[in-house]
Design a protein. Structure first.
Length: 122
């Protein structure tokens, strides 16, 4: 083999080696990209799941707060109704007492007409 053939053979082997290195590097790069995409998808899925858990917890908490506020409001409404009923009953009693007092005063006024039996029971 002459020197030119040896140089060409050496160059061919070097070129083949470079092609093999480039192919291996491209394969490694493709694997790295695929792994990175898979990891990014896993992180995205985990983040989406965590966000959904947070939304569900917030929804549950807000529903519980609304229910508690509703129960408290219902209790206060019942208290207010009871108070109003008590005040109405008290006003009715006072009205009856004032009416009776007015009738008694009218009956005791000198020269006033005498009360009939129907008025006496009113």
């Amino acid at each position: 083999m002459d020197r030119g053939d040896a140089s060409a053979d050496l160059a061919e082997r070097a070129a083949e080696r470079v092609r093999a290195i480039v192919a291996a590097a491209e394969a490694a790069a493709a694997e790295i990209v695929a792994d990175a995409k898979a990891e990014a998808e896993r992180v995205r899925a985990d983040a989406a799941a965590e966000a959904e858990r947070i939304r569900a917890a917030a929804r549950t908490e807000s529903e519980q707060e609304v229910e508690a506020a509703s129960r408290e409001a219902s209790g206060r409404i019942e208290q207010a109704r009871g108070a109003v009923e008590g005040l109405v009953a008290q006003a009715d009693r006072l009205r009856a007492q004032v009416g009776a007092l007015g009738r008694d005063l009218a009956a005791n006024v000198p020269g006033a007409p005498a009360r009939s039996a129907g008025e006496a029971g009113a």
